[in-house]
Design a protein around this ligand. Structure first.
Ligand SMILES: CN(C)CCCNS(=O)(=O)c1cccc(Nc2nc(OCC3CCCCC3)c3[nH]cnc3n2)c1
Length: 276
């Protein structure tokens, strides 16, 4: 039975920036998973090779706070590759934020620290990878998920490195780059401190229920990001949390703390589960 026949499609979940995401069921044991459909028909040899190497990296990323990779299926007739991954019942953080905003309720500080701690554990396993660090490049609330026990799961790790703007994928949903760091805007080198910036912006948004920098045009957004002007998160949250967030959303990448430094913070350390 071909790879595709091992699964049956349940429903489409949405269109990602570079492919359709569907909820599927593995026939052998009924396990619910998702697959991401990539059309490689119009890809250059170089891009196809990059997909292969990205998928190989995904296969190695085995961490409780990173969406688990299960399988990949190549359908040569349709020139499509399907990447089978863990299904996260809790949906994405973007939706969680939207729901709290609608209810005009703030998330308890406990949850904010827990989301930060779990994101840092995922980033740590990728930044400190012995075979060479992996950077996410496209961290945003829409690709951070929750499983049924509300564990945080980072999605699309690594794939975004292949799907940058100048490739054939050209983001279909040109989302506003709210979480883009100043160095990315200046087209400078992207490094792990850029992932720290984006994580800081996301945690800011989980607390404030709005992004730290908002604008209607990319130009205005870029100006705000580079201005570094930041309204404090709501008064209900402690100065401790506010200090950590502002340390991550700093203009100068050198002055942003590394994952390891952040994980030494008492509020974050207490939550770092030891995964053997
Ligand atoms: C764009 N969002 C605001 C959609 C609104 C509502 N949330 S949601 O994203 O559909 C939703 C609801 C319930 C369960 C899940 N679980 C899930 N989703 C994935 O990707 C979703 C996809 C990401 C790119 C953009 C389109 C959607 C997964 N990838 C790997 N495991 C995944 N598990 C997702």
């Amino acid at each position: 039975m071909s790879g595709l026949d091992k699964y049956e499609k349940i429903t489409d979940i949405g269109k990602g920036s570079f492919g359709c995401v569907s909820k599927i069921k593995r026939k052998a044991d009924g396990k619910v998973l998702v697959w991401k459909e990539l059309n490689y028909g119009k890809m250059s040899e170089k891009e196809k090779q990059m997909i292969v190497s990205e998928v190989n990296i995904l296969r190695e990323l085995n961490h409780p706070n990173i969406v688990r990779y299960y399988d990949r299926i190549i359908d040569r007739d349709q020139a499509k590759i399907y990447i089978v991954m863990e299904y996260c019942e809790g949906g994405d953080i973007a939706t969680l934020i939207k729901n709290y905003k609608r209810k005009k309720e703030h998330l308890p500080e406990e949850i904010v620290w827990s989301v930060l701690s779990q994101m840092l554990q995922a980033l740590s396993s990728c930044h400190n990878r012995k075979e060479g660090k992996i950077l996410h490049r496209d961290l945003k609330p829409g690709n951070i998920f929750l499983d049924k026990s509300n564990n945080v799961k980072l999605g699309d790790f690594g794939l975004s490195r292949v799907m940058n703007q100048d490739s054939v994928f050209a983001y279909t949903h040109v989302g506003t780059p709210y979480y883009m760091s100043p160095e990315q805007i200046n087209d400078q080198k992207y490094n792990e401190k850029s992932d720290i910036w984006s994580t800081g912006c996301i945690i800011y948004e989980v607390a404030a229920l709005r992004a730290p920098f908002e604008a209607t045009t990319h130009y205005q957004l870029a100006m705000k990001i580079k201005s570094g002007k930041l309204d404090r998160i709501p008064a209900m949250y402690t100065d401790d949390l506010w200090r950590v967030i502002t340390s991550m959303i700093q203009q100068d990448p050198e002055r942003r703390p590394s994952v390891d430094e952040l994980q030494n913070h008492p509020q974050i350390q207490v939550r770092v589960k030891e995964y053997k």
